[in-house]
Design a protein around this ligand. Structure first.
Ligand code: GLN
Length: 542
């Protein structure tokens, strides 16, 4: 049976609990253990698929088609373990299951209640399908004290008791703020947060204290004494220069050793951190720099592009260079001289997105990159906009649109109403629910012999993760190909355009899927590695 690590957060949100969980997973892996990471989200949405990226950040997509919290992206990038539907649950999902069962009559006359029905369902989720792993790490979203989090805390409290001390460890991520005017680090918010946790019956074993400066001598003992944890279990978690330094930093503070000690494991093999050290050195000592202009509509909250930012950094790691990002609001881009802000970039990337706002700015950016022969990477909506640009300006379809933003004009991009998943046919109509109804998860594509993407991937059959409701109408293939926009990747049945490219261009690729979701620091995605290589080439030409 696996051992369980429950990770909670206190004082404020955004302390990097997800990153801390991912880093702990990586440290345990470095000692030869197998891990699995799960996220429990207390909000009422069934999944984050319908939540605004402005509020919730990116919606991560797994191979099996879950629309999941972005922390699952951290987990996958740090551990390389593919997450699944079974690794993210929300209050909304739990309640919808319970209410469905209640309507069916499964409770046989019982009064259905938060305790025990909701808490039992949470416990079942935590314990189910863990697979053959040594440790399951469960991160609870939100902050201790949130009303909506209570059933989750109660469930893990019960699990702690049922699993026993040797099989369950509670780690609390907290904040030690530094008050500049007083010149002092303050421990009181952490004491209060632990008090809150203890009032619901959870005594943390370890405190991971996020701070900007080192914890002053004596303060660890003080925190330990007032929070009822050992001094050695008060771990300093300072901000790191790079995300990929976090496992090394936490290890140097003794975090993984302390976790193992709490489980009573004192003969664990020493961790092999060589690959983390190597990556940290590559990031700290880049051999050059490229600037990529990212033309998107959610640039006000960069969490909306979490995996994209990381995949671009991985592309930099693959080429030994730093990737600087110049964020350009696609809407702003419609008003101003569109080309001016792009003059100094070495590559243009138009990421995924939804809705009408900013589409013309994205189309303008694709045009700039095509005409000026600047490397261009269009992802999902970005690919669709590149197709519209080519249709309008190369193929003479002046009124080319997507039905996502206009019903007057020629719908070169239209609603995806039928496709196959394995042997199943999926169908959709315009009136369907918004939640969970897109074409989601991993789908295969076949790459055209002799194309640029075929060379980049080095294989003819690929599988990438999707999340879209509209698609390029394959009926325009011949017309667009005659103008130089090659359909170099198609679904195996040849019906769904997956990749377009321009061969008479240094690097112009649009993909209907999200390659950023599968990029890893140790295995940069080939498209990102190749795009950054092209940008590097571009930077050396100007
Ligand atoms: N809005 C587009 C669609 O639904 C693209 C989606 C995306 O970029 N993820 O097809």
């Amino acid at each position: 049976m696996p051992r369980y690590i429950f990770i909670t957060g206190g004082v404020v949100s955004s302390l990097g609990k997800g990153l801390a969980s991912a880093a702990i997973g990586a440290l345990l892996q470095a000692r030869g253990y197998k891990v699995r990471l799960r996220k429990l989200d207390p909000y009422l949405n069934v999944d984050p698929g319908t939540m605004s990226p402005y509020q919730h950040g990116e919606c991560y997509v797994t191979d099996d088609g879950a629309e999941a919290d972005l922390d699952l992206g951290h987990y996958e990038r740090f551990t390389g373990v593919a997450a699944s539907q079974a690794d993210n649950i929300t209050t909304g999902r739990i309640y919808s299951r319970i209410i469905e069962r209640e309507r069916r009559g499964d409770y046989l006359g019982a009064t259905v209640q938060v305790i025990p029905h909701v808490t039992d369902q949470i416990k079942q989720f935590v314990l189910s399908d863990a697979g053959d792993v040594d440790f399951v790490l469960c991160e609870i979203g939100g902050t201790v004290g949130d009303i909506e989090g209570l059933p989750f805390f109660e469930a893990i409290r019960q699990l702690g008791q049922e699993l026993g001390d040797d099989n369950a460890v509670f780690l609390h991520v907290t904040l030690l703020p530094f008050i500049k005017v007083a010149g002092e680090m303050k421990t009181k918010p952490t004491q209060h947060s632990v008090k809150e946790l203890r009032s619901i019956g959870i005594q943390p074993d370890i405190l991971l204290c996020r701070c900007e400066i080192p914890i002053p001598p004596g303060d660890k003992r003080k925190i330990g004494r007032f929070c009822n944890v050992k001094e050695s279990a008060v771990i300093e978690g300072r901000d790191a220069a790079s995300l990929y330094d976090v496992p090394l930093e936490y290890h140097s503070q003794g975090l993984d050793t302390e976790i193992l000690r709490c489980f009573g494991i004192d003969d664990a093999p020493a961790p092999d951190l060589s690959r983390w050290q190597a990556i940290s050195e590559t990031i700290a000592n880049p051999d050059g720099e490229v600037t990529i202009g990212v033309v998107g509509k959610y640039v006000g909250l960069l969490d909306a592009y979490k995996s994209l930012i990381e995949a671009l950094a991985h592309g930099g790691i693959a080429n030994g260079v730093k990737v600087k990002l110049k964020w350009l609001d696609s809407e702003q881009f419609e008003k101003d001289d569109p080309f001016e802000p792009l003059e100094d970039v070495h590559g243009v990337l138009v990421p995924g997105g939804f809705g009408e706002r900013g589409v013309e700015g994205k189309i303008a950016a694709a045009r700039f990159a095509r005409e000026r022969k600047v490397p261009f990477f269009g992802i999902c909506y970005g690919m669709q906009m590149a197709v519209l640009e080519a249709a309008r300006n190369l193929a003479g379809v002046d009124n080319a649109v997507s039905t996502e933003f206009s019903d007057s004009g020629e719908s070169v991009i239209g609603l995806l109403t039928e496709w196959t998943r394995g042997n199943e046919v999926e169908t959709r109509t315009a009136g369907d629910d918004m939640g969970g109804t897109m074409r989601l998860g991993a789908y295969p594509a076949v790459l055209k012999e002799g194309s640029k993407v075929r060379e980049i991937y080095g294989e003819a059959h690929i599988e990438e993760r999707h999340r879209h409701r509209y698609e390029v109408n394959v009926g325009y293939k011949d017309k667009l190909e005659a103008c130089g926009l090659t359909f170099s990747g198609l679904s195996p049945d040849g019906v769904l355009p997956e990749i377009v490219e321009i061969s008479d261009h240094p690097w112009f690729v649009g993909v209907q899927f999200h390659p950023e979701l599968k990029s890893r620091p140790f295995e940069p995605h080939p498209l990102f590695a190749s795009f950054i290589a092209a940008a590097l080439h571009q930077s050396r030409m100007v």
